[in-house]
Design a protein around this ligand. Structure first.
Ligand SMILES: [Zn+2]
Length: 429
């Protein structure tokens, strides 16, 4: 009996020893670390900071202090929540009496009410938001049209133009922090939409300035396309675009798949390519229109596709369809660098030329290519010939202008007067 008791006592003793040993090990050898300290390096006017303690190692309290000269201020003091190991707090240096300039931030974690671990960060306080002065902005822009601005910032900033959900980047054009940006207004933008310029400085201070540029309503045609009348051609096109094993899909489903899903996929690809624009101006003067061509379709057309008397799908036509004789030569609308020459789904064989500072031109449904990616082309140089590759029901060129990958009407870019009065001021001091 006593032997069993002794055994139990030994087991309990060893167990306790294990627990104590494990705890001591945790306390002395398994020290906590703090993740996210780099957020404290730059302190703007307002900043929300989230610090994570890992491993937890019995940490119960987190304390964050800032030191600047003789000044010592508390940024945060609080318990570490059980589940998340995370504390979030807002830092407002000005409210705490910190001034612009260097500061030292100390993050301390407390364990068992007495052990403290400290982590130090060299911080810079900058509570001044950037100031921006608009040197040029257009008075009004058209739905589906383009605009450009020239602004000067009080310091180096990340600057962009916001039009609804679209964001257009800017390019720094001189060392005195002058920036230019081009933007495109969506065809369905509300004339009440406020176009804004947003500037964010290195510390994270943000300035938003409404541009004061109005949006003018544009008139777009409504067009109905009857698919029943060319069902065989459409059928061949859509099944080959969907690629293989879809013989069981009915015509209507297949058409919707191509006109909606593939269209979206290809537009996303165009946006992606649009981001590759170089910070240089490659072009001069008005953009060229294909010679002797007739306009088959206009920019901004609202298309309804009808099959057997029913509307089965819709789309916006965001380019010009230009038709001439079969396999007409297609000139580059302006000088630039070829950033894409290849198959682009519903656009068929496509060439995209970068003219710099976010502006590109796109040529779709071509037969083949006379240029390749990386080539520099001169205005008027032949880049390919027209055809009906992709989702085209006849030989024509689908032409559009892109800003940051968003389609805008080429009509303005074909107009020398518009270029002179609306775009040239963006480039001049
Ligand atoms: Zn088209």
């Amino acid at each position: 009996m006593s032997g069993v008791r002794r055994l139990i006592r030994t087991i309990v003793f060893l167990g306790l020893l294990g627990v104590i040993g494990f705890t001591l090990y945790n306390v002395f050898f398994y020290k906590p670390k703090v993740i996210g300290l780099e957020q404290l390096e730059k302190l703007p006017k307002v900043k929300d900071v989230t610090l994570t303690v890992t491993p937890r190692s019995y940490v119960d309290l987190v304390e964050v202090k800032a030191f600047q000269g003789p000044k010592e201020v508390l940024l945060f003091r609080g318990r570490l929540p059980e589940r998340t190991n995370e504390v979030t707090f807002r830092v407002e240096p000005q409210v705490l009496g910190l001034r612009n300039g260097p500061a030292r931030v100390l993050v301390e974690v407390r364990r068992f009410f007495l052990f403290r671990e400290g982590f130090e960060v060299q911080a810079t306080v900058d509570v001044d938001p950037p100031r921006i002065r608009i040197i040029y902005a257009p008075y009004r822009v058209l739905q589906g049209g383009s605009g450009g601005i020239r602004v000067k910032a009080s310091e180096e900033v990340d600057l962009f133009v916001e039009v609804g959900k679209r964001r257009f980047r800017s390019f720094k054009v001189s060392e005195d922090n002058t920036y230019i940006a081009f933007f495109g207004v969506p065809v369905d933008a509300s004339p009440r939409e406020v176009i804004k310029v947003v500037a964010v400085d290195e510390a994270g201070n943000r300035t938003v300035v409404p541009l004061g540029t109005g949006i003018r309503r544009n008139r777009f045609r409504r067009v109905t396309i009857d698919l029943s009348r060319r069902e065989n051609l459409v059928r061949t096109k859509i099944y080959s675009l969907l690629g293989g094993n879809l013989e069981n899909m009915d015509f209507v489903t297949a058409f919707k798949e191509v006109n909606e899903k593939l269209r979206k996929r290809d537009e996303e690809r165009i946006r992606e390519i649009g981001k590759r624009s170089k910070p240089q101006r490659f072009w001069r003067g008005r953009f060229l229109q294909m010679r002797g061509a007739k306009v088959l379709s206009y920019f901004g057309e609202r298309r309804r596709y009808v099959y057997k008397g029913k509307v089965i799908s819709r789309s916006w036509h965001l380019g010009y369809d230009l038709a001439s004789v079969r396999n007409s030569e297609v000139p580059a609308a302006n000088s630039g660098e070829v950033v894409f020459a290849g198959d682009l789904g519903i656009y068929g064989n496509t060439v995209i030329i970068d003219h710099g500072f976010g502006i590109m031109s796109l040529y779709a449904h071509l037969a083949d290519f006379r240029v390749k990616e990386g080539d520099f082309v001169k205005k008027g140089q032949i880049i390919g010939v027209t055809d009906m590759t992709g989702l085209a029901f006849g030989d024509h060129l689908h032409f559009t202008v892109l800003i940051d990958g968003y389609e805008v009407t080429p009509l303005e870019w074909w107009d020398p007067r518009w270029i002179r009065t609306r775009i040239e001021p963006v480039f001049s001091d």
